[in-house]
Design a protein around this ligand. Structure first.
Ligand SMILES: [Zn+2]
Ligand SMILES: [Zn+2]
Length: 394
Protein backbone atom coordinates (compact mmCIF):
# COMPACT_ATOMS: atom_id res chain seq x y z
CA UNK A 1 0.00 0.00 0.00
CA UNK A 2 1.41 3.42 -0.92
CA UNK A 3 2.38 5.74 1.93
CA UNK A 4 -0.84 7.72 2.20
CA UNK A 5 0.57 10.24 4.69
CA UNK A 6 3.19 11.37 2.14
CA UNK A 7 0.66 11.42 -0.71
CA UNK A 8 -1.76 13.50 1.34
CA UNK A 9 0.97 15.96 2.19
CA UNK A 10 1.82 16.28 -1.50
CA UNK A 11 -1.85 16.84 -2.38
CA UNK A 12 -2.11 19.60 0.24
CA UNK A 13 1.03 21.25 -1.15
CA UNK A 14 -0.34 21.19 -4.71
CA UNK A 15 -3.61 22.79 -3.57
CA UNK A 16 -1.68 25.46 -1.67
CA UNK A 17 0.49 26.12 -4.74
CA UNK A 18 -2.67 26.60 -6.84
CA UNK A 19 -4.57 28.54 -4.18
CA UNK A 20 -4.45 31.89 -6.01
CA UNK A 21 -5.75 30.39 -9.24
CA UNK A 22 -8.46 28.43 -7.43
CA UNK A 23 -9.65 31.51 -5.53
CA UNK A 24 -9.70 33.48 -8.77
CA UNK A 25 -11.72 30.71 -10.42
CA UNK A 26 -14.20 30.74 -7.54
CA UNK A 27 -14.50 34.54 -7.65
CA UNK A 28 -14.95 34.69 -11.43
CA UNK A 29 -17.72 32.10 -11.36
CA UNK A 30 -19.35 33.97 -8.46
CA UNK A 31 -19.22 37.22 -10.47
CA UNK A 32 -20.88 35.57 -13.49
CA UNK A 33 -23.88 33.71 -12.08
CA UNK A 34 -25.60 31.43 -14.57
CA UNK A 35 -28.90 29.62 -14.14
CA UNK A 36 -29.66 25.94 -14.54
CA UNK A 37 -28.56 24.45 -17.91
CA UNK A 38 -27.13 27.82 -19.02
CA UNK A 39 -23.79 27.50 -17.22
CA UNK A 40 -21.68 27.88 -20.41
CA UNK A 41 -19.17 30.40 -19.06
CA UNK A 42 -18.72 28.60 -15.76
CA UNK A 43 -18.27 25.28 -17.50
CA UNK A 44 -15.68 26.78 -19.86
CA UNK A 45 -13.70 28.26 -16.96
CA UNK A 46 -13.68 24.92 -15.09
CA UNK A 47 -12.74 22.86 -18.15
CA UNK A 48 -10.01 25.34 -19.10
CA UNK A 49 -8.55 25.08 -15.58
CA UNK A 50 -8.31 21.28 -15.96
CA UNK A 51 -6.93 21.39 -19.50
CA UNK A 52 -4.29 23.90 -18.42
CA UNK A 53 -2.94 21.13 -16.17
CA UNK A 54 -2.92 18.62 -19.03
CA UNK A 55 -6.16 16.88 -18.01
CA UNK A 56 -8.35 15.93 -20.98
CA UNK A 57 -11.96 17.05 -20.63
CA UNK A 58 -15.12 15.89 -22.35
CA UNK A 59 -17.41 18.92 -22.65
CA UNK A 60 -21.11 18.13 -22.83
CA UNK A 61 -22.07 14.65 -21.59
CA UNK A 62 -25.30 12.69 -21.17
CA UNK A 63 -27.10 15.05 -23.54
CA UNK A 64 -26.42 18.07 -21.29
CA UNK A 65 -24.39 20.80 -22.99
CA UNK A 66 -23.14 22.25 -19.69
CA UNK A 67 -22.13 18.95 -18.08
CA UNK A 68 -18.53 17.75 -18.35
CA UNK A 69 -16.31 14.84 -17.39
CA UNK A 70 -12.60 14.25 -16.97
CA UNK A 71 -10.60 11.40 -15.52
CA UNK A 72 -7.09 10.80 -14.30
CA UNK A 73 -5.89 7.19 -14.15
CA UNK A 74 -3.41 5.35 -11.99
CA UNK A 75 -1.03 2.67 -13.24
CA UNK A 76 -2.71 -0.12 -11.30
CA UNK A 77 -6.37 -1.06 -11.28
CA UNK A 78 -8.39 0.09 -8.31
CA UNK A 79 -11.58 1.88 -7.33
CA UNK A 80 -13.14 4.69 -9.38
CA UNK A 81 -13.97 7.77 -7.34
CA UNK A 82 -15.94 10.71 -8.73
CA UNK A 83 -15.70 14.26 -7.46
CA UNK A 84 -18.86 16.15 -8.38
CA UNK A 85 -18.91 19.83 -9.26
CA UNK A 86 -21.95 22.15 -9.18
CA UNK A 87 -21.82 25.64 -10.68
CA UNK A 88 -25.37 26.88 -11.19
CA UNK A 89 -26.73 30.00 -9.48
CA UNK A 90 -30.14 31.14 -8.24
CA UNK A 91 -32.55 33.45 -10.06
CA UNK A 92 -32.11 37.04 -8.79
CA UNK A 93 -29.86 35.96 -5.89
CA UNK A 94 -26.83 34.83 -7.93
CA UNK A 95 -24.40 32.52 -6.12
CA UNK A 96 -26.30 32.63 -2.82
CA UNK A 97 -25.84 28.87 -2.43
CA UNK A 98 -22.06 29.14 -2.91
CA UNK A 99 -21.75 26.66 -5.78
CA UNK A 100 -18.66 28.60 -6.90
CA UNK A 101 -16.96 27.01 -3.87
CA UNK A 102 -18.18 23.49 -4.70
CA UNK A 103 -16.74 23.53 -8.21
CA UNK A 104 -13.46 25.31 -7.40
CA UNK A 105 -12.82 22.79 -4.60
CA UNK A 106 -13.49 19.83 -6.91
CA UNK A 107 -11.08 21.27 -9.49
CA UNK A 108 -8.41 21.79 -6.80
CA UNK A 109 -8.74 18.18 -5.64
CA UNK A 110 -8.69 16.77 -9.19
CA UNK A 111 -5.54 18.74 -10.04
CA UNK A 112 -3.83 17.63 -6.82
CA UNK A 113 -4.67 13.96 -7.49
CA UNK A 114 -3.65 14.23 -11.15
CA UNK A 115 -0.10 14.90 -9.95
CA UNK A 116 -0.14 11.72 -7.83
CA UNK A 117 -1.63 9.16 -10.22
CA UNK A 118 1.82 7.63 -10.86
CA UNK A 119 1.65 6.38 -7.32
CA UNK A 120 -2.09 5.77 -6.92
CA UNK A 121 -4.21 2.86 -8.15
CA UNK A 122 -7.63 3.34 -9.73
CA UNK A 123 -9.22 6.39 -11.31
CA UNK A 124 -10.42 9.79 -10.18
CA UNK A 125 -13.20 11.39 -12.18
CA UNK A 126 -14.52 14.89 -11.98
CA UNK A 127 -18.08 15.20 -13.23
CA UNK A 128 -19.56 18.64 -13.83
CA UNK A 129 -23.23 18.40 -12.88
CA UNK A 130 -25.41 21.35 -13.98
CA UNK A 131 -28.74 22.53 -12.65
CA UNK A 132 -28.78 21.52 -8.99
CA UNK A 133 -31.06 24.39 -8.00
CA UNK A 134 -33.75 23.45 -10.49
CA UNK A 135 -33.71 20.82 -13.19
CA UNK A 136 -31.85 18.07 -11.29
CA UNK A 137 -28.90 17.65 -13.64
CA UNK A 138 -27.55 14.73 -11.59
CA UNK A 139 -30.76 12.71 -11.99
CA UNK A 140 -30.60 13.25 -15.72
CA UNK A 141 -26.94 12.16 -15.80
CA UNK A 142 -27.75 9.18 -13.58
CA UNK A 143 -30.42 8.01 -16.03
CA UNK A 144 -27.93 8.46 -18.88
CA UNK A 145 -25.43 6.18 -17.11
CA UNK A 146 -22.89 8.88 -16.19
CA UNK A 147 -22.49 7.36 -12.72
CA UNK A 148 -22.27 3.73 -13.87
CA UNK A 149 -19.25 1.79 -12.65
CA UNK A 150 -18.36 4.25 -9.89
CA UNK A 151 -17.32 3.12 -6.42
CA UNK A 152 -17.99 6.43 -4.63
CA UNK A 153 -18.98 10.05 -5.23
CA UNK A 154 -18.23 13.14 -3.13
CA UNK A 155 -19.12 16.83 -3.16
CA UNK A 156 -18.45 19.46 -0.48
CA UNK A 157 -21.13 22.13 -0.04
CA UNK A 158 -20.52 25.40 1.83
CA UNK A 159 -22.61 26.00 4.94
CA UNK A 160 -22.56 27.74 8.31
CA UNK A 161 -21.54 24.53 10.14
CA UNK A 162 -18.91 21.94 9.29
CA UNK A 163 -20.46 18.46 9.17
CA UNK A 164 -19.65 15.38 7.13
CA UNK A 165 -22.74 13.17 7.40
CA UNK A 166 -25.77 15.45 7.27
CA UNK A 167 -28.47 13.97 5.05
CA UNK A 168 -31.06 15.79 2.97
CA UNK A 169 -34.81 15.57 2.61
CA UNK A 170 -36.59 13.59 -0.05
CA UNK A 171 -38.92 15.87 -1.96
CA UNK A 172 -41.61 15.88 -4.64
CA UNK A 173 -43.78 18.57 -6.17
CA UNK A 174 -47.46 17.98 -6.52
CA UNK A 175 -49.77 19.93 -8.83
CA UNK A 176 -53.48 19.89 -8.02
CA UNK A 177 -55.99 21.00 -10.65
CA UNK A 178 -59.71 21.23 -9.99
CA UNK A 179 -62.30 21.42 -12.75
CA UNK A 180 -65.75 22.78 -11.87
CA UNK A 181 -68.47 24.53 -13.83
CA UNK A 182 -68.69 28.25 -14.55
CA UNK A 183 -71.90 30.13 -13.83
CA UNK A 184 -73.04 33.67 -13.09
CA UNK A 185 -72.13 34.10 -9.42
CA UNK A 186 -75.24 36.16 -8.61
CA UNK A 187 -77.84 35.23 -11.24
CA UNK A 188 -77.36 31.44 -11.37
CA UNK A 189 -75.05 30.23 -8.55
CA UNK A 190 -76.96 26.95 -8.35
CA UNK A 191 -75.72 26.06 -11.86
CA UNK A 192 -72.06 26.35 -10.95
CA UNK A 193 -69.44 24.15 -9.33
CA UNK A 194 -66.63 26.17 -7.75
CA UNK A 195 -63.22 24.72 -8.47
CA UNK A 196 -61.80 27.29 -6.05
CA UNK A 197 -63.91 26.00 -3.13
CA UNK A 198 -62.70 22.48 -3.87
CA UNK A 199 -59.13 23.76 -3.76
CA UNK A 200 -59.69 25.69 -0.51
CA UNK A 201 -61.17 22.57 1.06
CA UNK A 202 -58.03 20.70 0.01
CA UNK A 203 -55.85 23.31 1.77
CA UNK A 204 -57.97 23.00 4.95
CA UNK A 205 -57.72 19.23 4.85
CA UNK A 206 -53.93 19.44 4.45
CA UNK A 207 -53.77 21.72 7.49
CA UNK A 208 -55.76 19.16 9.47
CA UNK A 209 -53.33 16.48 8.29
CA UNK A 210 -50.40 18.46 9.76
CA UNK A 211 -51.57 17.52 13.29
CA UNK A 212 -50.51 13.97 12.64
CA UNK A 213 -47.29 14.38 10.68
CA UNK A 214 -43.83 13.40 11.90
CA UNK A 215 -41.46 16.27 12.66
CA UNK A 216 -39.43 15.83 9.46
CA UNK A 217 -42.41 16.36 7.12
CA UNK A 218 -42.70 19.65 5.26
CA UNK A 219 -45.78 20.56 3.21
CA UNK A 220 -46.27 23.98 1.66
CA UNK A 221 -48.50 25.06 -1.16
CA UNK A 222 -49.42 28.10 -3.21
CA UNK A 223 -52.52 28.79 -5.28
CA UNK A 224 -51.53 29.39 -8.89
CA UNK A 225 -55.06 29.77 -10.30
CA UNK A 226 -58.01 30.94 -8.21
CA UNK A 227 -60.55 32.12 -10.75
CA UNK A 228 -60.87 34.60 -13.59
CA UNK A 229 -63.44 37.15 -12.40
CA UNK A 230 -65.26 37.88 -9.19
CA UNK A 231 -68.71 37.47 -10.74
CA UNK A 232 -68.04 34.07 -12.31
CA UNK A 233 -68.04 30.87 -10.29
CA UNK A 234 -64.45 29.65 -10.95
CA UNK A 235 -64.44 26.65 -13.25
CA UNK A 236 -60.71 26.08 -12.87
CA UNK A 237 -58.39 26.35 -9.87
CA UNK A 238 -54.90 25.01 -9.34
CA UNK A 239 -52.21 24.81 -6.68
CA UNK A 240 -48.65 23.63 -6.43
CA UNK A 241 -47.37 21.85 -3.34
CA UNK A 242 -43.85 21.01 -2.26
CA UNK A 243 -43.64 17.95 -0.02
CA UNK A 244 -40.55 16.82 1.85
CA UNK A 245 -39.61 14.12 4.35
CA UNK A 246 -36.48 12.48 5.71
CA UNK A 247 -37.04 9.23 3.82
CA UNK A 248 -38.48 8.24 0.46
CA UNK A 249 -40.95 5.87 2.10
CA UNK A 250 -42.44 8.49 4.44
CA UNK A 251 -42.56 10.98 1.58
CA UNK A 252 -44.64 8.51 -0.44
CA UNK A 253 -46.99 8.09 2.50
CA UNK A 254 -47.61 11.81 2.99
CA UNK A 255 -47.97 12.35 -0.76
CA UNK A 256 -50.84 9.85 -0.78
CA UNK A 257 -52.43 11.62 2.22
CA UNK A 258 -52.26 15.01 0.50
CA UNK A 259 -53.84 13.55 -2.65
CA UNK A 260 -56.65 12.17 -0.46
CA UNK A 261 -57.10 15.66 1.07
CA UNK A 262 -57.56 16.99 -2.47
CA UNK A 263 -59.92 14.15 -3.45
CA UNK A 264 -62.06 14.99 -0.41
CA UNK A 265 -62.25 18.63 -1.55
CA UNK A 266 -63.34 17.50 -5.00
CA UNK A 267 -65.87 15.05 -3.57
CA UNK A 268 -67.41 17.68 -1.29
CA UNK A 269 -67.95 20.20 -4.07
CA UNK A 270 -68.57 17.99 -7.09
CA UNK A 271 -65.47 19.28 -8.87
CA UNK A 272 -63.05 16.98 -10.65
CA UNK A 273 -59.46 16.59 -9.58
CA UNK A 274 -56.37 16.00 -11.64
CA UNK A 275 -53.11 15.55 -9.75
CA UNK A 276 -49.56 15.35 -11.08
CA UNK A 277 -46.55 14.28 -9.02
CA UNK A 278 -43.11 15.11 -10.46
CA UNK A 279 -40.10 12.78 -10.16
CA UNK A 280 -38.78 14.63 -7.12
CA UNK A 281 -35.50 14.13 -5.32
CA UNK A 282 -34.51 11.20 -3.13
CA UNK A 283 -33.15 11.65 0.38
CA UNK A 284 -29.37 11.82 0.73
CA UNK A 285 -27.95 8.75 2.47
CA UNK A 286 -24.46 9.75 3.58
CA UNK A 287 -22.01 6.84 3.69
CA UNK A 288 -20.76 6.85 7.28
CA UNK A 289 -17.53 4.95 6.60
CA UNK A 290 -16.61 7.61 4.03
CA UNK A 291 -17.72 10.22 6.56
CA UNK A 292 -15.36 8.90 9.25
CA UNK A 293 -12.40 9.02 6.85
CA UNK A 294 -13.36 12.53 5.69
CA UNK A 295 -13.78 13.83 9.26
CA UNK A 296 -10.39 12.36 10.27
CA UNK A 297 -8.75 14.17 7.36
CA UNK A 298 -10.38 17.51 8.16
CA UNK A 299 -9.49 17.13 11.85
CA UNK A 300 -5.88 16.43 10.85
CA UNK A 301 -5.95 19.87 9.16
CA UNK A 302 -7.16 21.41 12.42
CA UNK A 303 -10.77 21.86 11.25
CA UNK A 304 -13.51 21.35 13.82
CA UNK A 305 -16.11 18.86 12.57
CA UNK A 306 -19.56 18.65 14.15
CA UNK A 307 -22.13 15.88 14.22
CA UNK A 308 -25.44 16.64 12.54
CA UNK A 309 -28.09 17.33 15.20
CA UNK A 310 -31.32 15.30 15.14
CA UNK A 311 -33.22 18.48 14.25
CA UNK A 312 -30.55 19.74 11.85
CA UNK A 313 -31.94 22.10 9.20
CA UNK A 314 -31.99 20.27 5.89
CA UNK A 315 -32.81 21.04 2.30
CA UNK A 316 -32.90 18.72 -0.68
CA UNK A 317 -30.35 17.92 -3.37
CA UNK A 318 -30.12 15.85 -6.54
CA UNK A 319 -27.02 14.22 -4.99
CA UNK A 320 -29.63 12.29 -2.94
CA UNK A 321 -30.61 10.18 -5.96
CA UNK A 322 -26.95 9.46 -6.67
CA UNK A 323 -26.52 8.26 -3.06
CA UNK A 324 -29.13 5.56 -3.73
CA UNK A 325 -27.02 4.20 -6.64
CA UNK A 326 -23.41 4.77 -5.54
CA UNK A 327 -21.93 5.15 -2.00
CA UNK A 328 -21.78 8.93 -1.59
CA UNK A 329 -20.83 11.69 0.80
CA UNK A 330 -21.97 15.33 0.84
CA UNK A 331 -19.99 17.09 3.59
CA UNK A 332 -20.57 20.72 4.56
CA UNK A 333 -17.84 23.25 5.32
CA UNK A 334 -18.53 26.38 7.39
CA UNK A 335 -17.88 29.65 5.54
CA UNK A 336 -20.28 31.92 7.46
CA UNK A 337 -21.30 32.52 11.09
CA UNK A 338 -23.51 29.72 12.43
CA UNK A 339 -27.14 30.25 11.59
CA UNK A 340 -26.49 32.14 8.33
CA UNK A 341 -29.05 30.63 5.99
CA UNK A 342 -28.27 29.56 2.43
CA UNK A 343 -30.03 31.36 -0.45
CA UNK A 344 -29.53 34.76 1.22
CA UNK A 345 -27.52 37.86 0.35
CA UNK A 346 -25.35 37.27 3.45
CA UNK A 347 -24.44 33.77 2.27
CA UNK A 348 -23.70 35.04 -1.25
CA UNK A 349 -21.23 37.50 0.31
CA UNK A 350 -19.69 34.75 2.45
CA UNK A 351 -19.06 32.68 -0.69
CA UNK A 352 -16.32 35.14 -1.75
CA UNK A 353 -15.12 36.19 1.71
CA UNK A 354 -11.73 35.23 3.16
CA UNK A 355 -13.58 32.51 5.11
CA UNK A 356 -15.21 31.34 1.88
CA UNK A 357 -11.84 31.06 0.15
CA UNK A 358 -10.35 29.17 3.08
CA UNK A 359 -13.38 26.87 3.15
CA UNK A 360 -12.97 26.17 -0.57
CA UNK A 361 -9.28 25.24 -0.15
CA UNK A 362 -10.07 23.05 2.87
CA UNK A 363 -12.87 21.40 0.91
CA UNK A 364 -10.38 20.63 -1.89
CA UNK A 365 -7.90 19.17 0.62
CA UNK A 366 -10.58 17.05 2.32
CA UNK A 367 -11.70 15.68 -1.06
CA UNK A 368 -8.15 14.88 -2.18
CA UNK A 369 -7.13 13.28 1.13
CA UNK A 370 -10.28 11.14 1.38
CA UNK A 371 -9.93 10.05 -2.26
CA UNK A 372 -6.39 8.89 -1.43
CA UNK A 373 -7.82 6.85 1.47
CA UNK A 374 -10.53 5.33 -0.72
CA UNK A 375 -8.04 4.40 -3.46
CA UNK A 376 -5.36 2.97 -1.17
CA UNK A 377 -7.16 1.45 1.80
CA UNK A 378 -8.89 -1.76 0.69
CA UNK A 379 -10.44 -2.26 4.13
CA UNK A 380 -12.05 1.18 4.01
CA UNK A 381 -13.46 0.57 0.53
CA UNK A 382 -14.81 -2.77 1.72
CA UNK A 383 -16.48 -1.07 4.68
CA UNK A 384 -17.98 1.55 2.38
CA UNK A 385 -19.43 -1.16 0.15
CA UNK A 386 -20.79 -3.33 2.97
CA UNK A 387 -22.46 -0.31 4.57
CA UNK A 388 -24.02 0.63 1.23
CA UNK A 389 -25.28 -2.93 0.73
CA UNK A 390 -26.74 -3.01 4.24
CA UNK A 391 -28.35 0.43 4.34
CA UNK A 392 -29.19 1.42 0.78
CA UNK A 393 -29.43 -1.77 -1.26
CA UNK A 394 -31.44 -3.58 1.39
ZN1 LIG B 1 -29.21 25.89 -3.03
ZN1 LIG C 1 -26.49 24.35 -3.10
Amino acid sequence: MPNTAILKRQAIETIDTHSRALIQLSETIHANPELAFQEQKSMALLCDALEKQGIQVQRGIGGLATAFRAEVCGKLTGPTIALLAEYDALPELGHACGHNIICAAAIGAEIALHGLMNELPGKVLIIGTPAEEGGSGKIHLLKQGAFDGLDATMLVHPSSRTMVTRGSLATVRLTLEFFGKAAHAAAAPEDGISALEALLAAFHNVNALRLHLKADARIHGIITHGGAAINIIPEYAAAKFSLRAASNSYLEEITQHVIQCAQAGAFATGAELKHTVDDGLADMIPNRAMGRAFADNWRALGIEVYEARPNERMGSTDHGDVSHSVPSLHPYIAIAPEGTGGHTAAFRQAAISAEGHLGMLNAAKGLAMTTIDLLCDDNLMQEVKSEFAATVRK
